[in-house]
Structures are given as C-alpha cells and as structure tokens.
Design a protein around this ligand. Structure first.
Ligand code: ADP
Length: 760
C-alpha cells in the first residue's frame, strides 16, 4: 500500500512560529525527489511528479531497485560516499532514458540517516556544464572585488552587485538581523524601476525562528516559481515511518505563509543565501524576481560559496569596524580627560567641546547636573522635568551607572519626551554631592523618521489587510520598537565609566591639593597669630618707655620748652596711647586664633539680657532701645566670645547712629528662609543685628571687616580701633559660620551671621 503524507493543521501569523516547516510532506514541482534505502538500493519514497519528468507513474517506481533509473556506476558513486561526504559527487550528472527521449538531470544527494538517502533531480538545461576551471575563474573574479571592499558597507554593496550580475535577479538585498531578531535592509542592487527597500526594517516574526534555524543548516534556498502546486511524496506503506525531514532538501516545499508574503511583495522567484557569523545566522542575501526564474545548480553553488566567503569576511570586517569605533571612542575619551585635567571647573571642561561629550557614547543629548548648575546640550528633555527624573534615578544607580534603552517603559513620565529620551545612560559622579551626567538617545522610530522615510508610512495607513508585506512589516516593526532607542553598546558604556573614573581621579587630586593648601594656610595662620602676638607683646614695652619718657619730659622739662613744644609732647603721649589701644586690640585678635574654644549650649536670651543691662547703664541719658521680637534659640558655642560678638555689634549700632531715637533689633531667620539667603550648613541658623544708624555705602561693605579699617576720622563717632568687626568675623568663623551685611546708606544696616544652634 502506498502512503501519502498530507498536513492538515493551518498556520497563520499568530502561530507561524510553530509551523513544522522542515517536514512539509511535499516538494516544489521543478524537480523530483527520491528516498533510497542504501541496504537494498530500493526506492522507498518518491515525489508524485514522475510522469512529468520521466513519463512514468510514481507507483511504478516506488519499491523498485534504483538501477531502474540510474546506471550502476552512478549507484556505485553514491555508495562510495556512504561513509563520507556526498558533496564531492554533487551534482551527479545523469542522463535518463524516458519515453520522450534522453533527459539530462543534475542529481543532488544527501544522507538523511543510515536507512535513507535523499536524491533530488533537477532538469539540467544548460548546454555546457560549468567545469571546475570556469567555476574557479568566476569565483576568483568576484573574490577580487570582495577583497577590495574596505569596510562592511562596501563589502555588502559589492556582494549584492556581484550576485545580481552572476544570477540575473531583478533585486538582490542584504538583510541583517539585530539582537532582537528583527532585520534591516543594509544593501541593495536592483532594476532601476523597482522601488527601493534599502533601510527598511522588519520585525522578528517575518522570518520565524524555525526558518532561521533551517538557514543555518542549509545555506542556500531556491524558489524558482512562487505560485506553484506542491507535489506530495509517496512512501511505501510503513506505519512507523516518521515524516520525511526535508531540512537539507533543495526542493523542500515552502510554507504557505512565506508564499503569501512573497506574493504580497509581487515576488515570483527567490534565492536566499545564508550569512553566518560565529555559528549564528547574521543575515541573508535575498534575491527576488517578478517572474519565474530558475538558477542552475552550478550558479547556486557559486552563490553559496560567495555567501560563505562573505561570512568569513564578516567577522573580520565587523571586528575591524568595532575596533575602528572603539579607537575613535578612546581618542574622544582621552581628549576629554585631557581637557578635564587642565580645567579649573569640571562643568566648563565637559561642555568645552560639546560634540565630543556626545560622541563619547554616541548620544544626541546630554545633561550635566551639579548642585549649582544644570546644563543641557543637544536634544534633551525639557529642564523642568529633569529634577523629577533625577530624583527617580537616585536610588537606581548600580555602581554609579544606570543604563536603559527604553526609559518610558520603566519611567512612564518619560512618554512625554520619548522623542528625545528613550535611551538613558546616566553616571553618578560623586556620592556626597549630587553630580550627574545623563546622556540621551531618541526613540528609534523618531530617528527613522528624521532619516526621511515618513512619507512611505502613509501608504500603510490605508492597508487594512491581515497579510504581510514589506510596508506592513515596517509598520509591525515600528510597533515593536516603540518607546525604544538604539541599545547602548558595551564599549560606549565603558567609555562613560572610564570618563567617570577620570573625573573622580581629577576631583580627588583637586581635593588633595585643597587639603594641602588648607594645611599650608593653617600653618601660616598659626605663624601669623604667633607673630602678631609676639610683635604686639614686644612692642608694648618700648611703647611704654616712650610714653613714660614723654611724661617725664613734660613733668621735668616743661618750663624749658615753649608752648608749641609742650603741645607736641602732649600729642606724642596721645599717640602712644592710641598705639597702645591698637596693639591691645591686635593682641586680643591674635589671642583669638590661639585660644581653645569652649563649646557649650547656652541661652542667648539670658546673655542678651545682661548685655542690654550694661548698655542701659553706659548709655544712660541717651534714647536707646534693644528690640528682641521673639525668643531666640539656644546657641552652641563659646559663650564668652559670642557675647563679645553681640556686644560689639550692638555697640556699633548705637555708635554709628545719628537718630534721636536709636534702636537695634536682634533676631533670627526661619530655617528655610535662612537657607535661601545663604547656602549654610544644615545645623547653622542665620541671626541678624539690625539698626537704624547711618548705614554703610555699598563700596565699603566688603572692606569693613578688614583689620584697622575705619570709615571715619578718629574724632568722629567716638573714635575706635577698627578691629571690632574683624574680631566679630573671626569669632563667627571659629564657629564655622559666615557673616555678611545688607545696608541702606543713611537708613541703617543689618549684619547677618550664621551660628550653630539647638534647633528643634
Ligand atoms: P571701630 O568701631 O572701632 O571703628 P569696627 O571694626 O567695629 O571698628 O568697625 C569698622 C567700621 O565700620 C567703623 O569704623 C564704621 O565706620 C563702620 N561700622 C561698623 N558698624 C557700623 C554700623 N552699625 N553702622 C554703620 N557703620 C558701621
């Protein structure tokens, strides 16, 4: 009995990944297929189309010895290959006697398993078969062209041109797969009148997984006539017989879905050649024709050979390309690092060459975010969304790095700016401070549209059918890659990481330099304090001498001098007194630097109460008022010194005041307000001492803290040494605070300063 294999399950776009395309149970009609048992050399299966080629019914050949068809020497040749490789005899040149005369065939043999050999017969129409010399001549000529290609792009272009020339197809393309299995047309050679597919993208589903797998087993696939009737295969009745595996068959029937796809593209004949890299399917060379087109076995053989040559070239060309790119990135990186090393300011150095900063990771936009600055270069999300994005990012860094090529999928707010930021590569530079560099990449689709293809999509909108075509595929692919950017390459990420280490290195060096400078400054400050102390201390003694001797002169020799002489001696005594005041002030100042501070928490309200009492006594008769609008917080610091600060400032407030009613107000700013005025340390609170005095001109605001600096002549406003404010500043700084003034000339001044407090 005869058993005919037929498949009943139907497959469509949703289940095509499951279609068992290697066991279709049928072949294409342009040849004959025979399964031979090598034990009895008997025909165990045969395609139904024997009548057409041999003028004999298949049933008459099924179960028959092979020598009914083949001469003994050819059978022997096949038998000789049983232990080894059938490739060496392919194609078997066969002349078979039929009722319509002798027919020439190319026989292509491969072994299925130890019990089955598959012999496929294709009509050999060519008058003169290509011999080895011709084969090698053609191959050599094409190889020469291939070798001239200096990069991957040129290589692909050369191959499509050469294959088209060799085979005569109307269109030859190279289709390259990406990591997701989707593909791009990266090279094309075609008849001028045909529409170009170059640059189109296709989803993974266009070539189902099992079809891709078959391309890795069988490097060439020919469909000379897409609109064909599949030919069933008859087998000797055997219930256990497995479906015939046609993975390596040249005549294997094609999936109806693939046929439909080709028909939708207007393609009538194809030849597909696998491109392999490191054992994986890298891409395909696809040849298309709009009418039936048969390519003889020998030509197909050259195509397959060229595909293999290209596969070998691919690895080195791609490696070279990667290497070129890596070298380029390294040079960009070293230029950036160099500039950083020399720069005073990190941000300035980074943005100095904006292009380089973008090229470093092949981004289209970058944001540099520091505590003081926010800088945007190129295509970035709008400024107002960045703080939220950064807040979201903050605890997502892994080893100071965050990388994604589909930000909107994990951070939905990014949908609003996906055109510029589907890809995000973010670096956290320092942990203590919030310093970040964020690189962005646009949505792939956006890029494609920018590349100038949107008009082609319009046709798609009108396409309502369920079938696949390149345009439809393009749309499917678009849906697939929505909200995604090009993925970041490992060496781009590496470039960013290395930039970070360089920045950190530079920052560390700067910190070290600063620490050294600080140490140096501290040392010279101590020396200066010591010098001021010794100098003022030692100066006091001769000064006392001058003072005393001037007094003696006045007491003992006054009658020998005239009035002018006596007057001059009085001035001399006054000057020594002034000098003593100055030296005492300097001595006091220098002691501050040498003194150990006694930090304690104390009640400022109480301190001010006793200070106020002193002023009420000393300024009796004057109309003065000390205002404290609200209770003051407890201060943590050296009570004696801080009381001196308040005493000095209150004293100046009354001293430099022409009003008949003089007042001074002491208070503090609410923490948030104080922070906005002065970026102070968190535990520092801002106090103020405000008066309705004479005020200070803007130009003097910076200088009044300088030692011995006075703005008025000695006899005005009760004189002074010009050391008071210098001491105030020093004490504040010893408490890690800062002091500054706001003043309105003629109206009054406010001294602000920060001090550590016990805030609740
Ligand atoms: P002194 O009061 O001994 O001159 P200070 O160091 O206390 O020295 O002050 C330096 C100068 O700053 C003063 O000479 C005065 O001109 C100016 N000054 C200080 N406090 C005030 C104030 N509250 N209003 C106006 N000017 C002031």
């Amino acid at each position: 009995m005869i058993n005919e294999s037929v498949r009943t399950e139907t497959f469509n776009l949703t289940n095509c990944d499951r279609e068992p395309i290697h066991i279709p149970g049928a072949i294409q009609p342009h040849g004959l297929l025979l399964v031979i048992s090598p034990l009895e050399w008997q025909i165990t299966q045969i395609s139904r189309n024997t009548q057409e080629f041999l003028g004999i019914e298949p049933e008459q050949l099924l179960g028959q010895p092979l020598d009914r068809l083949l001469p003994t020497d050819k059978i022997e040749a096949i038998a000789a290959c049983l232990e080894g490789d059938f490739e060496q005899i392919n194609p078997l040149k066969l002349s078979i006697e039929t009722q319509n005369g002798t027919k020439k065939f190319n026989g292509i043999v491969h072994s299925l398993d130890e019990n089955n050999i598959i012999l496929e017969l294709e009509i050999n129409k060519s008058e003169n078969d290509l011999d080895f010399i011709q084969f090698s001549q053609i191959s050599k000529r094409i190889l020469l062209q291939i070798q001239r290609a200096s990069n991957l792009n040129e290589l692909c272009q050369t191959i499509v041109q050469q294959i088209r020339k060799l085979t005569g197809f109307e269109r030859v393309m190279i289709y390259q797969f990406d990591q997701t299995g989707a593909g791009d047309i990266i090279a094309e050679d075609k008849l001028e009148e045909l529409e170009s597919y170059l640059g189109l993208h296709y989803p993974d589903s266009d070539i189902p997984r099992q079809a891709k797998y078959l391309y890795t087993l069988n490097f060439i696939r020919s469909i000379p006539q897409v609109n064909y009737q599949p030919i069933a295969i008859l087998a000797l009745d055997n219930k256990q017989q497995k479906p015939l595996d046609l993975s390596l068959s040249i005549l294997r029937s094609v999936s109806p879905l693939h046929i439909e796809y080709l028909q939708n593209m207007g393609v009538c004949a194809t030849l597909t050649i696998s491109l392999m890299k490191e054992g994986k399917l890298w891409g395909l060379i696809a040849c298309h024709h709009r009418s039936p087109y048969f390519v003889p076995y020998e030509t197909r053989n050259i195509c397959e050979f060229l595909g293999q040559v290209m596969s070998l070239e691919l690895a080195s060309k791609e490696a070279n390309e990667d290497l070129d790119y890596k070298i380029f990135l390294k040079s960009v990186q070293s230029q950036l690092v160099n500039a950083l090393g020399k720069a005073e300011n990190l941000t300035n150095a980074l943005i100095k060459d904006r292009e380089k900063l973008l090229k470093l990771v092949n981004a289209t936009g970058v944001v540099i975010y520091t505590e003081e600055n926010l800088l945007r270069i190129g295509q970035t999300p709008p400024e107002e969304v960045l703080p939220d994005l950064i807040a979201w990012l903050e605890n997502r860094f892994e080893q100071d790095l965050f990388v994604t090529h589909s930000l909107p999928k994990i951070y939905p707010d990014a949908i609003a700016f996906k055109e510029v930021a589907c890809g995000l590569l973010a670096l956290s530079i320092t942990k203590v401070q919030k310093n970040y560099v964020l690189w962005f990449r646009p949505e792939v689709l956006q890029e494609v549209n920018w590349a100038g293809k949107p008009e082609k999509l319009k046709n798609l909108e009108e396409d309502g059918t369920e079938t696949l075509s390149p345009r439809k595929s393009f749309k499917l692919w678009q849906e697939m890659v929505q909200q995604q950017s090009q993925p970041w390459k490992p060496w781009e990420i590496e470039g960013a990481i290395e930039l970070r280490s360089a920045i950190v290195g530079i920052l560390l060096r700067k910190i070290n330099e600063l620490a050294e400078l600080n140490l140096e400054l501290e040392r010279s400050n101590t020396e200066l304090d010591a010098f001021a102390y010794i100098a003022s201390h030692d100066l006091k003694e001769p000064l006392r001498g001058i003072h005393n001797y001037s007094n003696f002169l006045l007491e003992d020799y006054a009658e020998l001098l005239d009035a002018e002489g006596v007057d001059k001696l009085h001035t001399l005594i006054k000057l020594t007194k002034r000098m003593e005041d100055l030296i005492n002030a300097l001595l006091h100042f220098s002691r501050l630097g040498r003194q150990e501070l006694t930090f304690q928490s104390f009640n400022l309200n109480q301190s001010l109460e006793s200070i106020a009492e002193l002023f009420t006594v000393s300024k009796r008769g004057e109309n003065i008022e000390i205002r404290i609008p609200r209770s003051l917080p407890k201060i943590v610091g050296d009570r004696v010194l801080l009381e001196e600060v308040f005493t000095n400032l209150i004293s100046n407030a009354f001293k430099y005041n022409n009003q008949s009613e003089k007042w001074v107000e002491i208070g503090f700013l609410d923490p948030t307000l104080s922070n906005s005025l002065e970026p102070s340390q968190p535990q520092l609170l801002t106090f103020y001492v405000r008066d309705n005095g004479i005020g200070i001109q803007e130009k003097h605001l910076d200088t009044i803290f300088r030692i011995f600096k006075r703005l008025h002549s000695l006899n005005k406003y009760g004189g002074g040494t010009g050391v008071g404010l210098t001491i105030v500043k020093k004490i504040i700084e010893l408490h890690h605070g800062t002091i500054w003034i706001e003043s309105s000339y003629g109206r009054g001044s406010t001294f602000y300063f920060t001090l550590p407090t016990e805030i609740v």
